[in-house]
Design a protein around this ligand. Structure first.
Ligand code: DC
Length: 217
């Protein structure tokens, strides 16, 4: 039995930072499922594929090869090319959210995600980790925060990276993305019925990590 911890929730809730820290502390593998949808978005944008062209998007999803290399930071290679920098761009996230609503795309990417379940354990972060990809997981968390808090965190991250940002624009994009991710027909963002619901609006990252570790123990 390989233990799995799923952390699902809307964008900007802190899933990535929390999941990486927990995986590191436990010595488990880490699946950033959003990066798979993001990589597909980058491939589609690079090849100028119309996002409505389902068969073309599916073909890319089937043929793309992804490699995750843990150097000082995580490096992601798409068909051998380093796409780490493009992964965190806003256009990438928004395009990923659009193609993630295509059922055939989700079907193709399902096994790629399941393959991350390896000894000694896995921390998987995304939208449907506890509901669709690893419904059998022993530990499930739904991590959320108000849209305003999430937008402010994102704004701060961008400014710290020296990227120009506009708070009201980011809030609007976060709300649009929430709407798309929660209202899509396949694998929408919903808490699994057996998930521990955690609102991080008034918590620091350290406090969230502590709560998650307590939950597991
Ligand atoms: O977690 P993220 O912001 O990197 O994800 C980008 C988009 O990918 C998100 O808006 C919806 C999609 N996604 C998904 O549909 N299912 C997942 N398990 C992870 C991400």
């Amino acid at each position: 039995m390989i233990p799995v911890l799923t952390i699902d929730g809307p964008s900007g809730a802190g899933k990535g930072t929390v999941s990486r820290a927990i995986a590191h502390q436990l010595g488990w593998h880490y699946l950033d499922s959003g990066s798979i949808y993001r990589a597909l978005a980058i491939a589609c944008l690079a090849q100028k594929i119309a996002l409505e062209d389902v068969s073309a998007v599916v073909e890319i999803a089937q043929s793309m090869t992804l490699a995750f290399e843990c150097k000082e930071a995580l490096v992601v290679l798409l068909d051998g090319e380093d796409i780490t920098h493009q992964l965190s761009m806003e256009t990438t996230g928004n395009t990923a959210s659009i193609i993630a609503a295509i059922p055939e795309v989700r079907a193709v990417l399902l096994q790629k995600q399941k393959d991350f379940k390896q000894p000694q354990g896995l921390v998987a972060d995304g939208r449907d980790m506890g509901t669709v990809v690893f419904p059998e997981a022993e530990y499930k968390i739904y991590l959320t925060a108000t849209a305003m808090k999430r937008a402010k965190r994102r704004y701060k991250q961008l400014i710290e990276k020296g990227i120009d940002a506009n708070l009201s624009e980011i809030t609007k994009e976060i709300k649009n993305r929430d709407k798309r991710d929660t209202e899509r027909k396949v694998a929408p963002l919903v808490p699994a019925s057996d998930a521990f619901y955690l609102d991080s609006s008034d918590l620091s990252i350290e406090q969230v990590i502590e709560k998650v570790l307590n939950f597991i123990q």
